[in-house]
Design a protein around this ligand. Structure first.
Ligand code: ZN
Length: 366
């Protein structure tokens, strides 16, 4: 490690607790989409702790087959048990496993970090569910979904009554939305619940996360080609629809839709819009108090195009901000986080834009 590394090591020793590690991740050819998400997840402390606990409980089983979950747990455990505070680790087995599991990530092309994050969370859940089903018997029953006060709960689309298992991945990331549709003819409100691991928000120039969230929950009229089938009227009707947060997640992941298909261009375009994301965010829920969140990680897309570019991440650890760019780790001032909001002008030399935001509910874990 060079002089910069030892300088960082000293700073880290002075300002961070003994056990915290800050390791860069080697890039195996356009694997920055993976590295940037891994850093955000590593610094999602409740997730990291539960993953390491899972690893400690399961590694004794010699017959456990390698999967994405064991590879991730192995990588996090490798980082957290390093003697030095900083350095570089090669997440080789994990990346190989990702490529093995999903052909989308097999090429050396530029990949979408958001797609990767959602793929990873779903895979982890699948693995945990399979393990529980195999182990059968010892699982705690999941809490039932309550009925919606102002409407009725639609039956599950597949018609089964199997209650979904709530894993520790769900406990960290899963929230519940209520999708409410009011028929404009008979006024019947149909409410359907949807679970989510992240909120994908449409963005506008010179806006903020708060205004994007407001738009996300605003009322939308379904008419013309887009009418709603009302069960009571037994026909297609005009309706009003809105999405509301019913149960806020412990970790709120917000994906900014910066890659948008532009019909006139016949292709995707990156929107470099300036979208302010605050350090502290309040989220309104259907009934109940606002939930307050604190920003702890940002995955940043660097570049002006959609099919190439680079990903880096900003991470908050023990009240300090760090910048992770594959192998490189640097400390940065909190004030520089705002340089990743985006650009108020269309053509600009600044191409580093916040793409996935990670907020942690304040006081949700005591
Ligand atoms: Zn109706």
């Amino acid at each position: 490690m060079g002089a910069a590394g030892s300088k960082l090591e000293k700073a880290l020793g002075d300002q961070f607790p003994e056990g915290e590690r800050f390791f860069g991740l080697e890039n195996f050819g356009n694997t920055c989409y993976c590295n940037s998400v891994l850093q955000a997840l590593y610094f999602c402390v409740p997730f990291r702790e539960q993953l390491l606990e899972y690893y400690a409980n399961n590694k004794k089983q010699a017959d456990i087959e390698e999967n994405l979950l064991t590879c991730l747990a192995d990588l996090f455990s490798q980082i957290s048990s390093q003697k030095k505070k900083t350095g570089v680790i090669a997440p080789k087995r994990f990346v190989q496993r990702v490529k093995k599991e999903n052909e989308l990530f097999r090429s050396y092309m530029h990949q979408d970090a958001h797609e990767f994050l959602i793929f990873l969370l779903n895979e982890l859940v699948d693995i945990l569910e399979k393990e529980t089903n195999t182990a059968n018997g010892s699982l705690e029953p999941p809490p039932p979904l309550e009925n919606v006060a102002n409407g009725r709960l639609h039956p599950q689309p597949n018609g089964t009554h199997r209650k979904p298992l709530i894993t520790w991945v769900h406990k960290n990331f899963q929230g519940i939305l209520t999708n409410e549709t009011r028929c404009l003819r008979c006024e019947t409100i149909t409410a359907r619940e949807e679970t989510f691991f992240d909120l994908s928000l449409d963005i506008e120039q010179n806006s903020s996360i708060t205004s994007c969230l407001k738009n996300f929950s605003s009322t939308e009229t379904l008419n013309a080609e887009d009418k709603f089938f009302c069960d009571k009227c037994c026909s297609l009707q005009e309706a009003q629809k809105r999405m509301k947060i019913k149960r806020p997640p412990s970790i709120l992941v917000i994906h900014l839709k910066r890659f948008k298909y532009i019909e006139q261009l016949g292709r995707n375009k990156k929107l470099s819009y300036r979208v302010v994301f605050p350090m502290e965010l309040k989220l309104n829920t259907v009934d109940g108090p606002e939930t307050e969140y604190s920003l702890f990680a940002v995955v940043v897309h660097v570049g002006s195009g959609t099919n190439h570019g680079h990903y880096v991440s900003l991470v908050k650890s023990h009240n300090h901000w760090l910048f992770f760019d594959d192998e490189n780790v640097e400390m940065i001032d909190e004030s520089s986080v705002q340089t990743f909001f985006g650009s108020a002008q269309e053509f600009t030399s600044n191409t580093d834009h916040g793409y996935i935001l990670f907020y942690e509910s304040i006081g949700a874990r005591s």
